[in-house]
Design a protein around this ligand. Structure first.
Ligand SMILES: NC(=O)c1ccc[n+]([C@@H]2O[C@H](COP(=O)([O-])OP(=O)(O)OC[C@H]3O[C@@H](n4cnc5c(N)ncnc54)[C@H](OP(=O)(O)O)[C@@H]3O)[C@@H](O)[C@H]2O)c1
Length: 318
């Protein structure tokens, strides 16, 4: 029986690496995984993990693929010996943290290029063949930052909101083609993402007013707490990709954790956006420690949804 050919972007670390391993070591031996990396010199950890997890020979191959470079995307596609990709996973992404006025045009352009245009490049390269074959699955690593705005993550959220529009629009079109596209919406996940994020802790904020600087420090402390308390392991998140991959009729959106849903619902419940903005501001910038807010009274105007669930995930940038 033909194996399912999977191509994943961004496999040097994190979700991409763990998903590649999970599929390549699946007991069914039914996947051939092309784990792609922007820079092949970073493939060491993937192969070490593949060895320790006992991925069978031939189940995993690495390819160079930089989503910012259309030639590199085309070259990787040409090296898929099966001549087809059954499952495309658009996972590569990067973050940008800090006050908006501190971001250089290059930083902004590069985050949008990787997260948005990079995903478009991948879809343009692989979707036409799936449509022609009337078969294929596309999984896109989405984020709570694509479902709600988060302070000090404005450009990252803009990129992930764009991904939502891109994917939702395509999903509507693709219904008659037998090609299924799903977003895997992730909350905070313990990966290298925070280390690789541009303008992480230690960023110089010389040009920023004092109040914004204080709020940023506050936000960073909050973020640390939220990560400690709620971040998931990438191994758990990869199971959500598997659920989408195996579903006979996949949904457009899957969520790595139910914790995200009250916030999503809060945004929808008040179309003015006022409840969400107030509740998120309170949750992130309140001086109370996260733990003591679990029993806090609900914010007026934010209905049933401003309870403990709301307090848990909001500061996380992804
Ligand atoms: N971690 C979270 O909390 C979280 C939550 C929600 C969503 N996400 C999303 O999950 C996805 C994976 O992130 P992660 O958490 O696993 O972090 P990660 O460990 O930093 O992985 C990001 C991957 O993207 C790759 N990448 C960056 N620019 C690229 C480019 N131009 N071409 C190809 N690959 C590129 C990185 O490669 P290099 O090592 O070469 O830079 C790395 O392999 C991202 O889309 C992120 O937005 C993460």
């Amino acid at each position: 029986m033909d194996r399912t050919v999977v191509l994943i972007t961004g496999c040097s670390s994190g979700i991409g690496l763990h998903l590649a391993l999970r599929l390549a070591s699946d007991p069914s031996h039914s996947f051939k995984v092309y784990a792609t990396l922007r820079d092949l010199s970073t493939q060491g950890p993937l192969w070490e993990a593949a060895q320790s997890q006992g991925c069978p020979p031939g189940s995993l191959e690495t390819l160079q693929l930089d989503v910012q470079d259309a030639d590199s995307v085309a070259a990787a596609r040409a090296r898929v010996t099966e001549g087809r990709v059954d499952v495309l996973v658009c996972n590569a992404g990067r973050g940008l943290l800090g006050p908006l006025e501190e971001h250089s045009e290059d930083d902004v352009g590069s985050v949008l290029d990787v997260n948005v245009v990079g995903t478009v490049r991948m879809l343009q390269a692989f979707l036409p063949d799936m449509k022609r074959r009337r078969s294929g699955r596309i999984l896109v690593t989405g984020s709570m930052g694509g479902l709600m705005g988060l302070p000090f993550n404005a450009v990252y959220c803009a990129s992930k909101f764009a991904i939502e529009g891109l994917c939702e629009s395509l999903a509507v079109l693709l219904l008659p083609f037998g090609v299924h596209l799903s977003l895997i919406e992730c909350g905070p996940v313990r990966t290298a993402f925070q280390e690789k994020v541009q303008h992480g802790p230690g960023v110089a904020l010389d040009g920023v007013d004092t109040q914004t600087r204080d709020l940023f420090s506050h936000f960073q402390r909050h973020l640390e707490q939220v990560f400690c308390r709620t971040a998931q392991d990438p191994e758990d998140v990869t199971e959500v990709f598997l659920t989408a991959l195996r579903a006979p009729r996949p949904a457009l959106r899957y969520y790595s954790s139910d914790r995200l849903l009250p916030l999503v619902q809060l945004r929808l419940a008040d179309p003015s956006g006022c409840s969400y903005v107030a509740a998120m501001h309170r949750a992130v910038f309140s001086d109370e420690p996260v733990e003591s807010r679990d029993s806090a009274p609900k914010e007026s105007g934010s209905g049933e949804l401003a309870g403990p669930e709301l307090d848990t995930p909001p500061g996380a940038p992804q």
